[in-house]
Design a protein around this ligand. Structure first.
Ligand code: NAD
Length: 433
């Protein structure tokens, strides 16, 4: 199929590359010229393992191209995928301005029948709005479908090439066959439903996963008070097939560009039809407070934080991505700066993005994890990058001023800590001091 993808962010770029990989001709469009310049030179503007190799392979095979020329891309394509951002407005609602702009541009550029597929996460009813905007800008026939995206940053290529399922939301039944054929290259688990249900499936899925995280975080807070170990509790719970073990890792809460904004948006979607989503409101509140556990553990072990040196391991909202949107690290770093601490920050990939967001005289930017530990009164691990799991913990006592390690992701086992001389605080597990 000839496909245009509008927006080359985490979703659009990965989708475009993967559709090319399975044999389609794909043109990816972005209004950001700098991104397109990089992509045309085989450089990915985002960090995603494996993306540049697949890009290069498919560009050389003549199946993948990048442009800022939306009209050209539309004119060449039968299927147009919308993958622009839908960030939060201050009141929590999804900001649909990028979607509206893209829809208008698509309508104006159409030169014949097109299928327009929305991959961006949009509130229920938005695809009807998209349909209306396009219709106001073209005389040509078209169909709008909803194909919500479930990829996870950090494993986005594998998630796209081998998804658990693909949801096809369509109101024109004649599209079920060609769109199922197109996606069968990825999986047989294709679920065809109405557009409104597809829009809701995306929000309900993210809200459920966020609920699992906040649930285990609340259990972890109780574990700390009753002397239980939340990792053992989660393991024991997860062995029950009805519960499952994924998304039961206690820590400092979720972040990223999806869960925080999608939970806020679903609360708003419910509110707009006079339904108070009480459970999800609590999930959001629990998540907001959970990140401050790092601060309270620091205060409990160090006293006043003013003048203290704190090493931070990990800034991205999760490992294997450079994405820092809504990362717990942002509020933790801001709070520590306000408290008068000196910070030594290190992340394997996300340093540049974080520095664009927060730069301050109290921050020292470190080249590796050990450098961040030198002279520190405490280290806080905020992202469970693989390299932190294998670090030589026994060396820390020789380079830190005080051997305090606060593990916000429960990365280390009791055996790893024993014999290192560290005072170790984690989430929902007994302190090792
Ligand atoms: P992003 O911000 O990384 O990328 C969006 C891109 O769209 C940007 O490069 C921007 O320049 C471009 N753009 C905006 N308007 C445009 C226009 N009119 N023409 C051309 N380009 C335009 O966003 P993202 O993280 O890829 O997310 C995109 C959507 O997918 C969101 O709705 C998000 O909720 C959803 N989603 C994201 C993920 C994820 O892990 N990031 C997973 C599933 C779903």
């Amino acid at each position: 199929m000839d496909i245009a993808v509008i927006g080359t962010g985490y979703v659009g770029l990965v989708s475009g590359v993967c559709f090319a990989e399975v044999g389609n001709n794909v043109i990816c469009v972005d209004q950001d010229k700098q991104k397109i310049d990089k992509l045309q030179n085989f450089i990915s503007p985002i960090y995603e393992p494996g993306i540049e190799e697949l890009m290069e392979k498919n560009i050389h095979a003549g199946r993948l191209a990048f442009t800022t020329d939306l009209a050209h891309a539309i004119s060449q394509s039968e299927l147009i995928i919308i993958a622009v951002g839908t960030p939060s407005l201050p009141n929590g609602e999804a900001n649909l301005s990028y979607i509206e702009q893209a829809s208008m541009e698509i309508g104006k550029a159409m030169n014949g029948y097109k299928i327009i597929a929305t991959k961006s996460t949009v509130p229920v009813g938005t695809n009807e709005h998209i349909q209306m905007i396009i219709a106001m800008n073209t005389q040509h026939a078209f169909d709008v479908v909803s194909i919500p995206e479930f990829l996870r940053e950090g494993s986005a290529i594998d998630d796209t090439l081998h998804p658990d399922r693909i949801v096809l939301g369509l109101d024109n039944p004649s599209l079920a066959e060609p769109l199922t054929d197109l996606h069968r290259a990825f999986t047989d688990q294709i679920f065809v439903t109405s557009i409104r249900s597809a829009e809701m499936i995306k929000y309900a899925s993210n809200a459920f996963l966020a609920t699992k995280i906040s649930f285990i975080n609340e259990i972890s807070n109780i574990c700390e008070k009753v002397g239980a170990d939340v990792t053992e509790v989660a393991k024991g719970m997860g062995k029950d097939k009805r519960i499952g073990s994924s998304f039961l890792n206690a820590g400092i809460g979720y972040g990223g560009s999806c869960f925080p904004k999608d939970t806020d948006a679903l609360i708003q979607i419910a509110g707009n039809v006079d339904y108070e989503f009480q459970l999800l409101k609590s999930v959001v509140e629990v998540n907001k407070s959970q990140r401050y556990k790092v601060i309270s553990k620091l205060e409990a072990s160090l006293g006043l934080l003013s003048g203290k040196v704190v090493g931070i391991w990990g800034l991205s909202f999760k490992p294997n991505t450079d994405d820092i949107r809504y990362a717990p690290s942002i509020e933790i770093v801001e709070t520590l700066i306000r408290a008068g601490a000196t910070l030594k920050l290190y992340d394997p990939i996300a340093m540049d993005k974080f520095r664009e967001r927060i730069d301050h005289p109290s921050i020292q930017w470190c080249e590796n994890a050990m450098e961040a530990a030198v002279g520190a009164d405490a280290i806080c691990l905020l992202t469970d990058w693989e390299e932190f799991k294998t670090i030589s913990l026994s060396k820390l006592i020789f380079i830190m001023d005080q051997p305090i390690l606060i593990d916000g992701r429960n990365v280390y086992s009791q055996e790893q800590i024993q014999g290192t001389g560290l005072k170790y605080y984690s989430v929902g597990r007994p302190d090792l001091i």
